[in-house]
Ligand binder design. Structure first.
Ligand code: ARG
Length: 444
C-alpha cells in the first residue's frame, strides 16, 4: 500500500512551495484569531529550520509519510511540537497540493520565458550576421526559391515568440489560489483567503472550492505550451540534422555540440539535435498522459490526480535540456554560405523571377508567363543546365515571337532575394528590419 500510495519520490520537488504555502496559511490563521500569535511564531521558526535542513540534505524519501505535505508537517512536529499540530486547521492536502503545484508551475513558466528568450537572442544574432547570405528555400524539400539565411532563422524567432505568448497566457490563468477550499467544500472557520492569496502572489482566490481542488487545467496547459515549443524545437533540430549531412553540407557543428563515433574516427554526429527531436516525442507523451488521466474524473479530488506531477516534471526537465542544447548549437554552428548559395541557384530556383518579369515588363497574364517560363526551363534543361543562366533572348523569342530582341532580366539568386521586399519577405532589407524589431522586443 505504501509503495503505490506514496508520492514523496517525486513530489519532494515541491518542498519550497509547500513551506511557502504553510507560512502564508499560518500567518492568516493567526491574523484571523484561529491560532495564537505564539503558535504562529513557533511555526514560522520551525519552518525556517525545516527549510534549512531540506536545503542542506534534501528531503528524505520516507514512503510511510506518503507525500511532501506529510513530510514537512511531521518534521515540523518533531521540531516544535504542539503548535505544528495546529497548522492543518482549515486546510486539507487537497487544497494544499493544488496550491503548491500552481506555485511550482508559475515559477516554471517564468523560467521557460527566460530560456526561450535566450534562444531567440541566439537566433537573432545569427540572423543579423546572415541577413545577406543566400540559401535555397524549400517546398516539399525541393529547392523552390532562393531565400536569405537570416530570413529562415527569423522564422524560428516568430515561432518562439508565439510560444512565449502561450506561456504568458498560461501564467495568467494559473495564478489563482485553491488554498482555503479545504478538502472540497470550503471550511467553517472564518478564514481570509485574500490575505493568503496576496501573500503567495496569486491574483485572487479561486471561486469554487470543488473546482479549485480538482482542477488540473493549469498543468495540462503548461504541458500543451511545452509540447508546442518542443514541436518547434524539433523542427529546427531536424533542419540542423539535414543541413549537417554531407549531401547538404550547409553547416558544420561545433566540437562542443557534436559527438564522435566509437568506430568511425571521422564522425561528427548531431546527437543533440536528434535528442531534441526525440525528446519532443516524450514531451507529447507527457501531455497526452495527463490529459488521459484527467479524462472522465468525477468531482472532486481522486488519487489519480497525484499522477499529475511526474509528466509535468519530466516535460519540464526535458524541455530545459532541449532549449539549452538548441541555444548552444545555434550559437556555435558554422554556416557554409558559399555551399548554400551554390545550391540555392540549382533547380531553376529563379524561374518565378522570370515569370514575374514577363508579367511586369511585358504585360503578360501570369498564367501565360508561367507557361513561357516552363518552356524556357525545358530549353535550359536540354542543354544540361540546372539554372537559367544559359537562357538567351533568342530562346524566349522561339517560345513567343513578341519577346524577340528583349533584354533579359537579372535572374541571379542575389537579384531574386533583393527583389522580394514585400512586407515579411526575404529581401536583406526586410530581414534587417525584422532583426531590429526583434532586438527591440528582446530589449537587447
Ligand atoms: N499526494 C497527494 C497528491 O499529490 C496529495 C493530496 C492527497 N489527498 C488525499 N485526499 N489523499 O495528490
Amino acid at each position: 500500500m505504501q509503495e503505490i500510495n506514496a508520492s514523496i519520490p517525486f513530489d519532494k520537488r515541491l518542498w519550497r512551495q509547500d513551506v511557502a504555502g504553510s507560512r502564508a496559511h499560518a500567518d492568516m490563521l493567526a491574523s484571523c484569531g484561529i491560532i495564537s500569535e505564539e503558535d504562529n511564531a513557533a511555526i514560522q521558526d520551525g519552518l525556517d529550520k525545516v527549510s534549512a535542513e531540506f536545503e542542506a540534505n534534501d528531503v528524505e524519501e520516507n514512503l510511510a509519510l506518503e507525500d511532501i505535505h506529510m513530510v514537512v508537517e511531521t518534521r515540523l512536529n518533531e521540531l516544535i511540537g504542539d503548535a505544528a499540530r495546529r497548522l492543518h486547521t482549515a486546510r486539507s492536502r487537497n487544497d494544499q497540493v493544488a496550491t503548491d503545484f500552481r506555485l511550482w508551475t508559475r515559477d516554471a513558466v517564468g523560467e521557460m520565458d527566460a530560456a526561450i528568450a535566450e534562444l531567440q537572442t541566439a537566433l537573432v544574432a545569427r540572423a543579423a550576421e546572415h541577413s545577406n547570405s543566400i540559401m535555397p528555400g524549400f517546398t516539399h524539400l525541393q529547392v523552390a526559391q532562393p531565400v536569405t539565411l537570416g530570413h529562415h532563422l527569423m522564422a524560428y524567432y516568430e515561432m518562439l515568440k508565439r510560444d512565449r505568448s502561450r506561456f504568458a497566457d498560461c501564467a495568467r490563468r494559473l495564478n489563482e489560489m485553491p488554498l482555503g477550499s479545504a478538502a472540497l467544500a470550503g471550511t467553517g472557520f472564518n478564514i481570509d483567503r485574500d490575505q493568503t492569496a496576496a501573500a503567495l502572489g496569486f491574483d485572487r482566490p479561486m471561486t469554487n472550492s470543488l473546482d479549485a481542488v480538482s482542477d488540473r487545467d493549469f498543468a495540462i496547459e503548461f504541458l500543451t505550451c511545452t509540447a508546442q515549443l518542443a514541436l518547434h524545437l524539433s523542427r529546427l533540430a531536424e533542419e540542423v540534422i539535414i543541413w549537417a549531412s554531407q549531401p547538404y553540407g550547409f553547416v558544420k557543428l561545433s566540437d562542443g555540440w557534436s559527438t564522435g563515433s566509437s568506430i568511425m574516427p571521422q564522425k561528427r554526429n548531431p546527437d543533440a539535435s536528434e535528442l531534441v527531436r526525440g525528446h519532443a516525442g516524450r514531451i507529447l507523451g507527457c501531455m497526452n498522459g495527463l490529459m488521459v488521466t484527467m479524462k472522465g474524473l468525477p468531482l472532486a479530488y481522486s488519487k489519480d490526480m497525484q499522477n499529475d506531477k511526474p509528466p509535468v516534471f519530466e516535460a519540464y526537465d526535458l524541455i530545459g535540456l532541449c532549449i539549452a542544447a538548441m541555444t548552444g548549437m545555434v550559437s556555435s554552428l558554422t554556416f557554409d554560405t558559399s555551399r548554400m548559395e551554390e545550391v540555392a541557384a540549382t533547380g531553376f530556383s529563379t524561374a518565378t523571377d522570370l515569370a514575374d518579369w514577363l508579367v511586369r515588363d511585358h504585360n503578360m497574364p501570369f498564367r501565360d508567363a508561367h507557361h513561357v517560363t516552363g518552356a524556357a526551363v525545358k530549353i535550359c534543361e536540354t542543354r544540361g543546365g540546372h539554372d537559367l543562366t544559359s537562357l538567351t533572348a533568342d530562346d524566349l523569342a522561339s517560345i513567343d515571337q513578341a519577346l524577340a530582341g528583349c533584354t533579359l532580366p537579372d535572374l541571379s539568386v542575389q537579384g531574386s532575394v533583393s527583389s522580394r521586399t514585400s512586407p515579411g519577405g526575404t529581401a536583406p532589407v526586410r530581414v534587417k528590419e525584422a532583426v531590429a524589431a526583434a532586438k527591440k522586443e528582446l530589449g537587447i
